[in-house]
Design a binder for this molecule. Sequence first.
Ligand code: NAD
Length: 260
Amino acid sequence: MLKNKTALVTGSTSGIGLGIAQVLAREGANLVLNGFGDSEGPIAQVREAGRAHGIRVGHHGADMSKPAEIEALMAYAASEFGGVDVLVNNAGIQHVANVEDFPVAKWDAILAINLSSAFHTTRLAMPGLRKKGWGRIVNIASAHGLVASAGKSAYVAAKHGLVGMTKAVALEAATSGVTVNAICPGWVLTPLVQRQIDDRAAREGTAVAQAERELLGEKQPSLRFTTPQQLGELAVFLCSEAGANVTGQAWAVDGGWTAQ
Ligand code: NAD
């Protein structure tokens, strides 16, 4: 379905981004990966997922907190892949502390990576998408883009901001063939959440499995984690013809979290 299209997934060397990249590759998209750490493993996994289509996979290590590096990433996608057709703004970090204890540098980093990076990729991608008359922007927000939790002021602010930006850009692009949507996952078991489970187990002196059950029980009525693969399948739907008139939405995949 996405053959001859190029998808850029920010923060795709791990977790949700890597899972989404694999599903888009399975649909035939060429992939531009981004993120820290080992890139060879993720490149091989994504290439394998798209093997039937002989897709191309590249990686650019831009730090998504730095606008100049984001410009270099977009220039790389333009020169090596002819630009992007599908933009998945996924890179994100977390830090948990009450507002009076929140490190200023962490606040700035969360806002830069979880929100402003999507502004920069979107502003740089939009002229090319408009020219092609087709495009898909998928912003990975969070249940925390819709509701709040204590200790997560920066994250909640950034994710609510990302949902707001999604709606505004969707309106700007409404007649252009470009749709803009947010996916709002509840708990997904990735390194970002594993750290929160480990911290909880240490804080409460419980086993990790117990901390995991408590984490789910507190927020996610299904008591099951969403998988990166499931989020990838939703991204594929949003890229499909069936999803062509879905725009400006914040779509929760949260086991009932935000229904409460
Ligand atoms: P993760 O920690 O597994 O992966 C984060 C990715 O972002 C990694 O590839 C990392 O290298 C990259 N990254 C981090 N800082 C970066 C930077 N400055 N520049 C470039 N890349 C950077 O996390 P995840 O759980 O897969 O989270 C992915 C996205 O999904 C985030 O935006 C997160 O807020 C969101 N999300 C996660 C959950 C969850 O339960 N895991 C729920 C809702 C939303």
